[in-house]
Every structure is written in structure tokens, then in C-alpha cells.
Ligand binder design. Sequence first.
Ligand SMILES: Nc1ncnc2c1ncn2[C@@H]1O[C@H](COP(=O)(O)OP(=O)(O)OP(=O)(O)O)[C@@H](O)[C@H]1O
Ligand SMILES: [Mg+2]
Length: 215
Amino acid sequence: MTAGPGLFIAFEGGEGAGKSTQIQHLAQWLQGQGHRVVTTREPGGTLIGSAIRSLLLDPATGEMDPRTEALLYAADRAEHVASVIRPALSSGATVISDRFVDSSLAYQGAGRILDRDEVEQLSRWASKELTPDLTVILDIDPRLGLARLSGADRLESLAVDFHDRVRQGFVDLAQRAPHRYAVIDASLPEVEVRAAVVAAVDAMLQQRAAESATS
Ligand SMILES: Nc1ncnc2c1ncn2[C@@H]1O[C@H](COP(=O)(O)OP(=O)(O)OP(=O)(O)O)[C@@H](O)[C@H]1O
Ligand SMILES: [Mg+2]
């Protein structure tokens, strides 16, 4: 279920794929089209979320039970959806989130410890079934993505085959509902990725406009 009247766009993809870079470009492009844009991120789009983010990503946290981790991500998401995303969508803003439900599914699924359907149920419950109008997946070989980044946090320092499974997880999610996804080759130069992102968002906007004209 979407929370309209605003548009909700999520960016997903591995570390160093270019999410932050492209979100900034897209926000500018949308503003140029007259949209009021709210950019946010998971984990950590709220005060409570920032505290959860520190716990999750700080290397000093060390080992964490997978269920604890899943619940912390879900808690962050519940707060984020209730206090940032839904109010912004209700006010008519276009919301761009750096990561959303699919990151939980791809990362926790790649860990092969938790059942993906259970993680999905937990996420859907936490977000009260909020689904992005469009999810942009920046698809990249994790070796290239990780090489773009200088530092390494707790998740980034995991083995590269884990990141290969994460990458496959994102692509699998897109294949389940292709009309709600744009999978973009993020190894391309920044300007080309940018053009592909704008084309995908523009196509969605035009489709929406056509739908509302006929309804
Ligand atoms: N298409 C591109 N080609 C080459 N370098 C890029 C490209 N897009 C982004 N970069 C560079 O790669 C680095 C990582 O980009 P960015 O921070 O946008 O990725 P991210 O997906 O947000 O990473 P993180 O997972 O750490 O949040 C930055 O230094 C950025 O300038
Ligand atoms: Mg980023």
C-alpha cells in the first residue's frame, strides 16, 4: 500500500554503489520539476534511528544475534516510516529513502541464518505495509563498489561472497515485481547512471500522470 499523495522512491544496492551520490542528483532534478523533496535514510533517519544505527554499524558492537539485528532494523524502520516518511508523503512531498525494506531482505537473506519470509513479514509489519512507488537498484560488482569506499564499517568488512549474495538478493527482489523496480548498471560513469535514474523516475511520473488522467 502506498501512502500518497506524495511519491515514495527507495534506493537500494551494495556499499559504494553510488546511492548517496545519485539521491543528491535526483533530488535536484525533482526539485527542478517542481517537487518538494524529502531525502532520508535507513538506518538512522530519526533520532531513535541514529542511536540504532550506531549500535548496528559500529565495529565495536562486535557479534550480534541475527534476530536482535533484524529487530533493530525493524525498530528503526517503524520509527522512520511513522515519523518521517508517512507524514512527508501525506503532505504531498516526494520522499527518497537511502535503503528500505529490500536492504533487510537482501542483507539478512544473504546471511542465510534467518528465513527471508520471516524477515519480510517483520519488515512489512514495522512499515505497516508501506511499499515504494519505485525502487532503484544500483547494481554493481561488490569488488568495485567496496573499492570505491575508503573506510570499512562492520558490515562492509564481511567476506565478498556475502556481498555477492546481497547483490543477487536485490536482483531477485526486482524480478519478483519488475514494474516497481529499475535495475541500473552502477559500474557506469556517474553521469550515465544519473541519466538512467532520471529516465526511470521520469517514466514512472509520466505513467502516474497518465493513470490519474484516465481515472
Ligand atoms: N558511477 C560512479 N563511478 C565512479 N565512482 C562513483 C560513481 N558513483 C559514485 N562514485 C564514488 O564512489 C564513492 C561511493 O559513492 P556513494 O557514497 O554515493 O555510494 P553509496 O552507495 O552511497 O555508498 P554507501 O553504501 O557507503 O552509503 C564516492 O566516492 C563517489 O564519489
Ligand atoms: Mg551512502
